[in-house]
Design a protein. Structure first.
Lengths: 476, 172
């Protein structure tokens, strides 16, 4: 009791004091929190990636969502009131297409604003397959690097390896033996054929032609089994490496190429019968998703999309790399830049690629398939048993890699989707300081708001397919 | 990629590039190093001189590699925005490298000159944290909206998955 009495007079005092101070402190802390939160929000809010109602969308953003890309030549903007973006929100509907939609070719998510069935605005929302491959590339040596880049555009992996290897070799100042160059060309063209066949298959599927789906995959399988024979793997081959290619072509490769070219060429004319002349297919592709040459250039579009508008820009011809200036082929162009033109460009490019492959097979030079520079390529397996030096070189290349002189370089090639570029900054070590891939699919996706505007939802599927995005490359 | 051939005489770019410091280009492309303030003017001048397409926009974080070779008169900064322009008519490329300080990573957007730079600038912003003023929709593009940090910066760590090599409990 005495204890209790003794504590009585003290406790209220203390409690009162603490309560006051507590309330003060609490208010202080709350105010600070609020300020911090407000500041954090102001500093970190990056805005919504999604398609927002028109009322909460800025004019500039709206312009890009309706695909109004063409600026006046003086550099001014097109006035938003010139294009009919005045639909009221309550008449329209914003819907999601994807990322799990079967025909969006992977995990592409489109947000569409619809008025009935007409598409008014589009916004591609990407990043669902982002795995930070550029960051990974900084952690891998140049020897390991090609295994990384090959996984970006998984439908034409050899082109990715090629551009990475060419950039590395440009920094090294390495001259390749002719056979390596021609093998690379052969594989790159085969890869283009496989990629376009895959596109024909999926595009056919999107338009309801299931047989095209089966045929496209069937022919592509022929190419992939040649890859398997040559490189050991069907996809993600890591066959083209800095310094040359991984292995020489297998015995009897000429016969395989002969059969492959003959079969695919003959079957490409079957596609004509199946699709090109078919009235339903033409109805669904002609004058759907048109784009003009100026718009395509302004949006940095490359590859079949640009060529379908009539611009004869093909890096194989205009800025030749490998030995493309020594083979004879045509650059295929379209006229109207619609779905049908993109289809015909790709179909005819298969034929042109086969023409190139036949010439390559004919002119394949003898010699070495890689640089015999022990600082870049490993010694043959047999040498390791005999030579101490070979063992050291082997060990060094596979543990540390090779050092690349300081510098930076941008190399671009024509992948099946357009300009595939590789920008490498080297700081003199065996890992790239920065490795950036200019992915054609990523850039080409910007055309969707323009291509889809004013079209029907049903055509959206066909248009997405005709842009041919590979999400592995878009998101990297 | 032939480095044997010296840089061909610049056709369209010669008249527009001289006022900015340049390096003798050892590879096919021409390099230009405009100041941050004049960068957009130069891009516009290039477009008018016949560089129809903006092929690529990317950025490099030189935090751990400060000693790169730059022409005289260009002070190295932490970031560098690299813009690749392509001329289809004269078949040449020019690579514009702009120094951007790490304390104030802001640079003019070129979207109103080349609309195609839209997604590329968003990517640079997302992964490198460089803000492009005048961009209509400066939001993240590859990473989720609520992501913290900019992954391609050199002070952003690489994610790792811990691996246990031995004495891990078995499945049963």
């Amino acid at each position: 009791m005495t204890e209790h009495e003794r504590q009585e007079p003290e406790l209220p005092e203390q409690v009162e004091l603490t309560e006051e101070r507590f309330a003060e402190l609490e208010a202080e802390v709350a105010a600070r929190h609020e300020a911090e939160e407000r500041q954090l929000l102001a500093e970190t809010s990056e805005g919504a990636q999604e398609l927002a109602p028109r009322t909460s969308t800025s004019a500039g953003e709206l312009r890009s969502e309706v695909g109004a890309v063409l600026r006046l030549p003086e550099g001014g903007y097109v006035d938003p009131s010139d294009i009919d973006v005045e639909e009221r929100d309550d008449r329209t509907m914003i819907i999601n297409m994807g990322p799990q939609h079967p025909s969006t070719h992977g995990v592409l998510r489109l947000m569409l604003e619809l008025d009935g069935e007409t598409v008014l605005r589009t916004k591609p929302v990407i990043g669902y397959l982002h795995t930070g491959m550029e960051k990974t590339g900084e952690e891998l040596t140049y020897v390991q690097g090609s295994t990384n880049v090959t996984r970006m555009d998984y439908l034409s992996p050899l082109n990715n390896e090629l551009v990475f290897s060419m950039a590395t070799e440009a920094l090294l100042g390495l001259e390749l033996p002719p056979r390596a160059v021609w093998i690379r060309m052969l594989m790159s063209e085969l890869s283009r054929v496989a990629s376009h066949l895959m596109w024909m298959a999926t595009n056919g599927m999107d338009l309801g032609s299931t047989s095209m789906m089966i045929y496209g995959f069937r022919e592509r399988e022929m190419v992939l089994s040649f890859f398997e024979k040559t490189a050991g793997l069907r996809m993600n081959t890591n066959f083209i490496r800095p310094g040359g290619v991984a292995a020489d072509l297998p015995d009897g490769w000429e016969d395989d190429i002969d059969v492959l070219c003959e079969t695919i060429l003959a079957r490409s004319y079957e596609y004509d019968e199946l699709l090109t002349g078919q009235p339903i297919f033409r109805e669904r592709t002609e004058a759907v998703g048109s784009i003009s040459a100026e718009e395509a250039l302004a949006l940095s579009l490359t590859g079949p999309i640009l060529r379908s508008t009539g611009v004869p820009w093909d890096l194989r011809r205009t800025m030749p790399y490998l030995a493309y200036d020594k083979v004879d082929f045509d650059v295929i162009v379209g006229t109207y830049g619609d779905n049908f033109d993109r289809y015909s460009v790709r179909l005819n490019e298969i034929r042109e690629s086969i023409r190139i492959i036949r010439q390559v097979a004919e002119m394949m030079p003898p010699g070495d398939y890689r640089v015999q520079d022990r600082k870049v390529t490993p010694p043959p397996r047999a040498r390791i048993d005999e030579s101490m030096e070979a063992l050291i070189h082997h060990f060094k290349i596979f543990t540390e890699g090779f050092r690349v002189p300081e510098g930076e370089v941008y190399v671009a090639i024509e992948s099946p989707r357009g300009e595939l570029g590789c920008y490498i900054v080297s700081d003199g070590t065996s890992k790239p300081y920065r490795m950036h891939i200019r992915a054609p699919s990523f850039v080409n996706l910007q055309s969707l708001p323009l291509l889809l505007r004013g079209g029907l939802v049903a055509d959206a599927v066909a248009v997405i397919s005709s842009v041919d995005p590979v999400m592995g490359e878009v998101d990297r | 990629m032939s480095d044997a051939a010296p840089a061909t005489a610049p056709v369209g770019a010669a008249s527009i590039l001289p006022e900015v410091p340049r390096l003798p280009s050892h590879l096919v492309d021409q390099l230009a190093f405009p100041h941050r303030g004049t960068y957009k003017q130069m891009v516009r001048a290039c477009r008018d001189a016949g560089f129809e397409m903006c092929a690529d926009v990317c950025a490099v974080d030189y935090l751990t590699h400060p000693g790169r070779s730059l022409p005289e008169g260009v002070a190295p900064e932490r970031f560098e925005v690299v813009v690749n322009l392509l001329s289809l008519s004269t078949r040449q490329r020019v690579r514009i490298r702009v120094q951007v300080p790490g304390s104030d990573p802001v640079v003019d957007s070129i979207v109103d000159v080349y609309p195609g730079a839209d997604a590329m600038e968003r990517e640079v912003y997302d992964l490198m944290g460089i803000v492009f003023t005048g961009h209509p929709d400066m939001t993240r593009i590859l990473m989720p909206e609520d992501w913290e940090g900019h992954p391609l910066r050199k002070d952003y760590g690489v994610g790792r998955v811990p691996v246990q090599f031995k004495e891990a409990p078995g499945p049963r």
